[in-house]
Design a protein around this ligand. Structure first.
Ligand code: MN
Length: 272
């Protein structure tokens, strides 16, 4: 347990920016939800640095092992781990991770509080090579329903749940087949963002592609808003056992790869 809390404090020390600017070629990994086998396959067959898009725990049985491995790579400088909506006590209490933790470690209440403190420091988004924005959920909307900026995310406060509405939406929003926005079926506080929102967001940041996870897709990927949003999904456990898992190579654009066949795939047969 000491090794675990030590690792968590090192992750907090390493997390200095809520929206880090990254350069280089990244292997991006979508939601894992405790899928240790798939994580191990990615680490064996694809090179670092890795860019994890959040949702390491809940649902699958190996959340502790997955998040420990992801955090270990982070501390070694081999990965950037974004925050997903499941990196929150809001989800872990019913989602499975708190129960898993209490089966696996002593003093789980105290350890869980260390996880909460660590979640609050994880990056909410990252910009790769000035062109690709990686974010778990999607574009947040301000109170006046215009798209928020990455600078709003950098200023976010009260990050435990997170209570900040912009940070909350970055982890919870999904794209829709609409022009502007709609209420999200996920519930209060989350929104579906449309084509115009995506394009306005990219215009203000001079970026091209938003790479995200969060939406379960049995095919493992989809594109939305004329290719300006790409969703990948990587977990193959529990409710996601039918997934054909995908990862993505992030350079100045995004190339989606099927983890099983190792082939590049076109994800444009979108339904969102
Ligand atoms: Mn999610």
């Amino acid at each position: 347990m000491e090794a675990l809390t030590d690792l968590l404090s090192k992750v907090r020390e390493k997390s200095t920016a809520l929206v880090p600017r990254l350069e280089g070629v990244y292997t991006a990994v979508g939601d894992l939800h405790g899928d240790l086998k798939t994580l191990e396959l990615v680490l064996k067959e694809w090179p670092p640095p890795y860019l994890f898009l959040g949702d390491y725990v809940d649902r699958g049985s190996w959340g502790l092992e997955v998040i420990t491995q992801v955090f270990q790579l982070t501390v070694e400088g081999k990965a950037v781990a974004l925050r997903g909506n499941h990196e929150s006590p809001l989800m872990n209490i019913d989602g499975g991770f708190l129960d898993e933790l209490c089966r696996k470690v002593a003093n789980c209440g105290a350890v869980f509080r260390e996880f909460e403190k660590t979640y609050a420091r994880l990056p909410l988004a990252a910009v790769v090579n000035q062109r690709v924005v990686a974010i778990h959920g999607g574009v947040p909307l301000r109170d006046d329903m215009t798209p928020a900026a990455l600078s709003d995310l950098e200023k976010a406060e009260e990050l435990r749940i997170p209570e900040d509405p912009i940070a909350f939406q970055a982890l919870w929003n999904d794209p829709c087949l609409c022009d502007d926005y709609q209420p999200s079926p996920r519930g209060w506080g989350a929104w579906l963002f449309g084509r115009r929102v995506t394009h306005a967001f990219h215009r203000q940041h001079k970026t091209q592609i938003l790479l995200r996870g969060h939406t379960y897709l049995p095919s493992g990927c989809a594109t939305h808003h004329d290719g300006a949003v790409v969703t990948i999904f990587t977990s193959t456990v529990g409710p996601y056992r039918k997934t054909k898992p995908k990862i993505a190579l992030v350079k100045s654009g995004v190339e989606v790869v099927d983890l099983t066949t190792r082939e590049f795939v076109n994800c444009s047969n979108t339904h969102l």
